[in-house]
Design a protein around this ligand. Structure first.
Ligand SMILES: [Zn+2]
Length: 468
C-alpha cells in the first residue's frame, strides 16, 4: 500500500509541477519526462484526476476548487491501487519464465516503435503560419504606487489584492519587485512581451485596459472597498508612449459622479471603447440610473466592454453581476457591447453560474453583442473554448483576447493538441504568443484574431495617434 500511495503522490506532484511549468514556460526535456510518467506508471492516477475534472461542476452539489482537489486525489489513488492489484495478480498467475532472448526482442520492438512514433509525430506536426496582423483585444495595465492611490493620478493594489493568490503568481511571472512602486517594472514587462510578439507578427497590437475603482452611493471613490485601480490618465500616458503597440480601453465605473465628464475626456483622447467590471466595481449594469451614460456612449460611438461570467482573481461584490442578461439596458440604448470572457465560468464553479448559453441566445437577437476569448486559455477554463467552437453563433462573434498577464496553459488542452504543439506551447514564455498560438491550434476562426479592428473601430494595420 505504501508504494501505491507514493506512486499516486509522485504522479500528483509531477502533474502539478507540469501545470506550474506550463504556466511559466517549461524546458521540453522536463515536459517530455513528466508527460511520459503521467501516461505510463502514473496513468491510473492521471485517468482518475482527468475523469473527476470532466465531471466536476456539471451537477449542482459538485463544485468548488478545494473539493475538486480532494476528490480527484482520492479517485487517482483508487485507480492506482486497482491497477496495481490487477497487475500483481497477473504477474503471480504468469507461469512460464521469459527467456533472455525474448526480453531482447521486446526491447527491440519497443525501440522501433519509439522511433516510428517520434518520426510520425515530427512529420504530422501542424506548422501554422503567423498572420501579419493580430489584435489582442483584452490585456491589463496594472501598477501600484501606494494604497490608497490618488484619484485620477496613481495606480494602486490594495493589501488584500496583494494577498490574493493571483498576485503572487503574476508578479513572479513578470519578474516584478516584491515591494515598492510597480508601475515602471510592469510597463517594461508588458512592452518587452509585446515587442517579442511583434517580431513574429509585425502588426500585433494590444487593447490595453485601465481599471476604475468602486464608488460610494454619492459617486466618490470608495477606497475602503476597492482593490485594484488603474486611472485612465496612466493608461493614456502609456499608450501615447507606444502608439504602434497599444489601443486604449479606459475604464469608467458608471457610478462615479463625473462619469459623463470622464467619458468626454476619453473620447477627446481618441478612445473607441471603455471597460466596466461589474463584480469588482460593485456595479449592476442593468441599473436604470446608467441609461444616460449608455446613451452618451452610443452617441459617441464608444463600445462598452463589460466583464461577464465568474471572477476569481480579485475580491468581488457578487458573481450575480456577471450575468450577460444585465447588458440588455446598454444594448437597448444603442451601444455595441463586448461581453468579456463570453460569460463563462471556471470548471469548478457551480452550473448556476454558467451564463454562456444565455449569451449565445442573446447574440441571436442582438447584432451588436460580441464576446471575447480573454482568460479562456487559462488553467481553470478548459471547457470554454471547446464550447465556443461548438457554437457557430458564438465563434463568429468572439474577439481574440489573452487577458494578459493571466497566463494560458496548454496542458489542460492536452487532448486537443498535437503532442509536439503541446510541448511547444508549454515551453513558450511569451504570454501573448502562447495565448495566440494556443487558440490558433485549437481552431478558433482566423477572423477572430482581427475582429477587434472592426468591432472596436480601431482600423486595420494602421497606427492611430492617441492624444487629447
Ligand atoms: Zn481581464
Amino acid at each position: 500500500m505504501g508504494i501505491l500511495s507514493v506512486t499516486t503522490l509522485l504522479t500528483l506532484g509531477i502533474g502539478c509541477g507540469l501545470l506550474v511549468g506550463a504556466t511559466f514556460g517549461l524546458a521540453k526535456a522536463y515536459a517530455v519526462l513528466g508527460l511520459l510518467w503521467l501516461s505510463t506508471i502514473g496513468l491510473p492516477t492521471s485517468i482518475g484526476v482527468a475523469g473527476v475534472a470532466a465531471l466536476w461542476g456539471r451537477f449542482p452539489p459538485v463544485a468548488g476548487m478545494a473539493g475538486f482537489c480532494v476528490v480527484a486525489a482520492f479517485a487517482g489513488l483508487a485507480l492506482q491501487v486497482l491497477s496495481f492489484v490487477a497487475a500483481w495478480h497477473g504477474l503471480r498467475t504468469w507461469k512460464r519464465p521469459i527467456a533472455v532472448a525474448t526480453w531482447w526482442r521486446i526491447a527491440g520492438a519497443g525501440a522501433i516503435l519509439l522511433s516510428l512514433t517520434t518520426a510520425g509525430l515530427w512529420m504530422t506536426q501542424p506548422r501554422p503560419a503567423y498572420p501579419a496582423d493580430v489584435i489582442d483585444g483584452h490585456a491589463h495595465l496594472f501598477g501600484d504606487s501606494g494604497w490608497p492611490p490618488t484619484h485620477n493620478m496613481g495606480c494602486g493594489l490594495s493589501p488584500s489584492q496583494r494577498a490574493n493568490a493571483s498576485y503572487g503568481v503574476l508578479s513572479r511571472l513578470l519578474g516584478l519587485p516584491k515591494s515598492g512602486n510597480l508601475d515602471e517594472a510592469y510597463i517594461q514587462a508588458l512592452v518587452t512581451q509585446v515587442r517579442g510578439a511583434r517580431r513574429v507578427i509585425p502588426g500585433f497590437r494590444v487593447v490595453l485596459l485601465a481599471q476604475d475603482s468602486r464608488y460610494t452611493a454619492q459617486g466618490d471613490p470608495d477606497w475602503a472597498n476597492s482593490t485594484v485601480y488603474v486611472p485612465n490618465e496612466h493608461l493614456f500616458r502609456v499608450v501615447e508612449h507606444y502608439p504602434d503597440s497599444f489601443i486604449p480601453c479606459p475604464s469608467i465605473n458608471p457610478q462615479r459622479r463625473d462619469s459623463e465628464a470622464e467619458l468626454a475626456k476619453c473620447v477627446a483622447h481618441g478612445a473607441r471603447v471603455i471597460k466596466v467590471h461589474p463584480p469588482t466595481q460593485a456595479v449592476d449594469p442593468s441599473d436604470p440610473r446608467f441609461r444616460a451614460f449608455y446613451q452618451r456612449c452610443a452617441q459617441n460611438g464608444i463600445r462598452v466592454m463589460v466583464h461577464t461570467g465568474t471572477e476569481h482573481s480579485a475580491p468581488i461584490a457578487s458573481q450575480r453581476f456577471g450575468d450577460p442578461r444585465l447588458l440588455e439596458l446598454a444594448l437597448s440604448e444603442g451601444c455595441t457591447v463586448v461581453a468579456a470572457h463570453s460569460a463563462t465560468r471556471a470548471f469548478f464553479d457551480p452550473p448556476s453560474e454558467d451564463h454562456f448559453r444565455s449569451l449565445v441566445d442573446m447574440m441571436r437577437s442582438q447584432p451588436r453583442l460580441y464576446g471575447d476569448t480573454a482568460v479562456l486559455g487559462c488553467l481553470a477554463r478548459w471547457r470554454c473554448l471547446p464550447d465556443i467552437l461548438r457554437s457557430p453563433a458564438a465563434s463568429a462573434r468572439v474577439l481574440h483576447g489573452s487577458d494578459w498577464p493571466f497566463p494560458a496553459n496548454a496542458l489542460v488542452f492536452w487532448n486537443r493538441l498535437h503532442p509536439l504543439t503541446l510541448l511547444d506551447l508549454m515551453a513558450e514564455k511569451n504570454l501573448f504568443l502562447r495565448d495566440f498560438r494556443l487558440k490558433q491550434a485549437l481552431g478558433l476562426p482566423p477572423a477572430s484574431f482581427t475582429l477587434a479592428a472592426d468591432v472596436l473601430d480601431v482600423g486595420r494595420g494602421a497606427t492611430r495617434v492617441y492624444g487629447p
